[in-house]
Design a protein around this ligand. Structure first.
Ligand code: G4P
Length: 286
């Protein structure tokens, strides 16, 4: 399945981002722990050149913890300041602040060593749906950031005081994913970072089932009891419908409902805690 995707408002959002960047000391980039490669854009290295950076893998509740640990190890080996979080976890303002302090620590220490005693300003960035607004709201303690991405939304910049030396920009920095290979596009679509309206959900669901049977066949079979996971193509989706009893009047399987069920189950972690990509490898299926 080929995904055609045209990122609207990209130039405008990038310009806004560049303007905001002048005010920022530390960039905290959020990525999705289920697809740590696809949810980061290789162009960010250029965009953020010269800025102190930290990477936070969010949605760890949905990812395979062993693979998350592999990623963190890999980042450490490659000199990347990387941390993990589940931004939706209950409570957690204190924890979120500790996370931000930890992300900013190398920069704060660098300033202190130089005898500079300034407020360090932080911006949370990332592609759509990685949890930027959720994390900012937790840090700010109010519904400050707008949930859901509205590229180019203009609003006054506000700074949220985190502690005596840290301030957070209350508006997340919007970035776009980049994909020149289809596997990346598919991973972004599975996790919901590309809007569903532009995608054939039934084809997407078949691709997802194929990927899941490679990564977690036992869990897939456990979730969909009568599914023959060796089946090919659309037969997989029919198997899901059979397993769930999604049958239309007249006896036809309701493949639209089947596709929605698989995508929703995957996105809410009901099939398994799945990480689609591992470090040092393009995708889990190569
Ligand atoms: P964004 O600003 O980066 O675009 O992301 P946002 O905070 O709006 O979060 C996107 C969705 O992801 C939200 O779900 C949010 O609750 C969920 N989310 C954020 N962090 C976590 C996490 O650590 N774990 C889990 N399981 N979910 C998380 P939503 O409101 O249901 O929106 P949608 O998914 O229906 O678009």
């Amino acid at each position: 399945m080929q995904i055609q995707w045209y990122p609207g408002h990209m130039t405008r959002a990038r310009r806004m981002m560049a303007e905001n960047l002048k005010l920022i000391d530390v960039i905290v980039e959020l990525a999705d722990a289920r697809a740590p490669r696809a949810t980061r854009n290789p162009d960010f290295d250029d965009l953020f050149e010269g800025k102190a950076r930290a990477l936070i893998l969010n949605k760890c509740d949905l990812a395979n913890p062993a693979v998350t640990a592999e990623w963190i190890q890999w980042y450490r080996e490659h000199g990347i300041n990387a941390l993990t979080v589940t931004a939706t976890e209950s409570g957690g303002k204190k924890k979120a602040i500790a996370l931000l302090e930890s992300a900013a620590k190398p920069t704060v220490e660098k300033y202190r060593q130089k005898g500079i005693n300034k407020t360090v300003r932080v911006m949370v960035t990332g592609i759509p749906n990685v949890g930027k607004s959720t994390l900012i709201n937790k840090l700010a303690g109010t519904a400050t950031a707008q949930t859901g991405d509205k590229p180019g939304v203009t609003r006054g910049k506000q700074w949220v005081k985190i502690n005596s030396y840290l301030e957070l920009m209350d508006t997340p920095g919007m970035l776009w994913p980049k994909f020149d290979d289809n596997a990346t596009a598919l991973h972004l679509a599975y996790i919901g970072s590309i809007k569903d309206e532009i995608i054939d959900r039934e084809k997407l669901a078949v691709n997802l089932i194929e990927e899941l049977r490679r990564i977690c066949p036992a869990e897939l079979s456990a979730r969909y009891k009568k599914l023959d996971i060796e089946a090919e193509g659309e037969a997989l989706l029919l198997g899901i419908c059979k397993s769930r009893g999604f049958i239309l009047q007249g006896g036809k399987y309701d493949t639209e409902r089947g596709a929605n069920a698989v995508l929703d189950d995957f996105r809410s972690g009901k099939i398994a805690k799945v990480t689609l990509e591992r470090p040092n490898r393009e995708t889990t299926d190569d």
